[in-house]
Design a protein around this ligand. Structure first.
Ligand SMILES: [Zn+2]
Length: 134
């Protein structure tokens, strides 16, 4: 699937959005031009996932976007950093949102699973097995 991506000046603090009905993705130049390209790739894949599976569920969009991102061979850690940069995960901040912390933790677990089971990275295999014991 491919969707047109339009670059707009701003989306008032958000890096991107999509229209699930028209299949259009909008990227905010003011935010995205400050981010590494790998973060922007993940953000685009996240918006495309919303369209492709027709959902407003952020976790489902993160999940599909992650597997598409990983298949590109880009640094897996940047798939986590993209979320930590965009989503507020500082519990001391008044705008802390628990769902954001959960999305970041879920993303970390996807990276660990992928690195252990697909990349067969020994340290990740050990960490993944240790997590399964908890
Ligand atoms: Zn989203």
């Amino acid at each position: 699937m491919s969707y047109p991506v339009y670059i707009v000046d701003t989306l008032e603090g958000s890096p991107a959005c999509c229209n699930r009905f028209t299949g259009e993705v909008f990227l905010a130049k003011d935010v995205c031009e400050t981010l590494p390209y790998t973060y922007v790739v993940f953000i685009i894949l996240h918006e495309c996932a919303h369209i492709e599976i027709g959902t407003t569920d952020e976790s489902r969009a993160d999940s599909l976007a992650f597997y598409r991102y990983a298949a590109l061979g880009l640094p897996l850690s940047d798939a986590v950093f993209a979320l930590t940069k965009i989503l507020n995960c500082d519990i001391s901040q008044s705008n802390f949102i628990a769902e954001h912390e959960k999305r970041i933790n879920d993303q970390y677990n996807r990276v660990l699973w992928y690195d252990a089971n697909i990349n067969k990275y020994p340290l990740s295999i050990k960490k993944y097995k240790d997590l399964q014991k908890c």
